[in-house]
Design a protein around this ligand. Structure first.
Ligand code: GMT
Length: 378
């Protein structure tokens, strides 16, 4: 199949899923055309089946805001027509689903009927999508998509609860490439970070307020009082400065390392004992899945779709959002030497459920189903 993929090209979860999906589909022989405003972060190599089309937005003095959505729709029209695409798959509803609707209408006037599939990833529904500034457009463009997927049962339910959706939403969860995300021997790294065998806790995110990074620090501070430990903070974003200030206030800077945005996050995860994800909202929790694949158990909130991934008492524990005390109690239990090996093994076993080769065929089947349905309607 010839598939157009529209996504945010950044390190964010939706962009990672879209890019990894495109790469896996290309390896299976599909021709994949990424349509984005810059080269997707994980698309940094050559593959004969992978193509990248940049969306350029011409600036003009009249525009206070650059009309990205129009440029994107125009690019989709051009690529669908010229490359003769079979399917357009847009990741994250805003503004990709509405731009795809516009492109589809334009293509229809040219006698081209392109099926549009929208994948809902999380904040496009649970945060920004609900905002009155976007809600009518989000509802309309989801309903106008030919196929809709969500990354967890919880996100599917949230979408039905908060928007008037007439479409069937299929759940296709996030996935993991276990060849890349696996525990590697990085003993030298571990020794450098925790020279006296301290336990290593880790958090990776985009440091937005929904991630509650201050809770991460608070959990760590309490755990450290009971068990010698260190904390690695991977990623960057608006809440980082506040997190650093909190470390200073609580006098733990010496045991907390902010590593910034790292590409090879699996190398860091490989030496860690516990992943912290106290998020206020989290549709699936791809970062936790990456940790679990590297045999790192998870202490998390019970927000959104996290409990569908992190099995309470098995791969880690889930607590109410903001219940730092409970998270500390659970973290201490998991980190106990009698318990840690079992939790590590369980985390890996759970990650294997979401192995890329099991999930990508779900997308392939979905593309075919939507394409067939559309052909039948013509
Ligand atoms: O986690 C983020 O803030 C990034 C965000 C995105 O859209 O790029 O991630 C969302 O999509 C991921 C991939 O489907 C999910 O695993 C994350 O749980 C989800 N984030 C939230 O719902 C906050």
């Amino acid at each position: 199949m010839k598939i157009g993929i529209v996504c945010y090209p950044t390190f964010g979860g939706s962009g990672v899923v879209a890019t990894e999906l495109g790469k896996a589909l290309a390896q299976k022989g599909h021709q994949i055309h990424f349509i984005t405003y810059s080269q997707p972060a994980r698309l940094d190599f050559f593959n004969e089946n992978l193509f990248y089309h940049e969306v350029m937005v011409p600036s003009y003095p009249l525009f206070q805001y650059d009309p990205y959505e129009l440029a994107l729709a125009s690019k989709m029209v051009d690529i669908v027509q010229f490359e003769k695409l079979d399917v357009l798959h847009v990741h994250y509803a805003i503004p990709h689903a509405s731009a795809a609707f516009m492109a589809k209408q334009i293509l229809k006037t040219k006698g081209i009927h392109i099926p549009v599939i929208t994948t809902l990833h999380g904040t496009d529904i649970t945060l920004v999508g609900k905002d009155a500034s976007f809600e009518p457009v989000v509802t309309f463009s989801i309903n106008q998509s030919d196929g809709v997927t969500a990354v967890s049962d919880d996100l599917r339910t949230e979408t039905y609860n908060h928007f008037k959706i007439e479409k069937e939403i299929e759940v296709i969860p996030n996935f993991i490439n276990l060849e890349r995300f696996q525990k590697q021997r990085k003993d030298h790294f571990r020794t450098a970070i925790s020279p006296f065998g301290e336990k290593l806790l880790v958090h990776t995110s985009n440091f937005r307020s929904v991630k509650r990074v201050q809770d991460v620090i608070k959990i760590f501070v309490e755990v450290r009082k009971q068990i010698p430990s260190k904390l690695l903070m991977v990623g960057d974003g608006p809440e980082r400065v506040k997190a650093e200030k909190l470390c200073r206030k609580l006098n733990v800077c010496g045991d907390v390392r902010f590593l910034g945005k790292l590409d090879a996050v699996e190398e860091v995860l490989s030496v860690c004992d516990l992943f912290l994800m106290p998020s206020e909202k989290e549709s699936f929790g791809l970062a936790a899945l990456e940790a679990m694949a590297c045999q790192v158990p998870v202490i998390s909130s019970n927000a959104g779709g996290i409990p569908e991934l992190n099995i309470h008492g098995v791969t880690g524990f889930v607590s109410n959002v903001g219940d730092v005390n409970d998270m500390v109690k659970n973290a201490l239990f998991v980190l106990h030497d009698d318990n840690l090996p079992t939790f590590k093994a369980n985390a890996l076993a759970r990650a294997k459920v979401f192995e890329i080769n099991k999930i990508v065929p779900l997308y392939e089947n979905f593309y075919q189903k939507i394409k067939d349905e559309q052909l039948a309607m013509l």
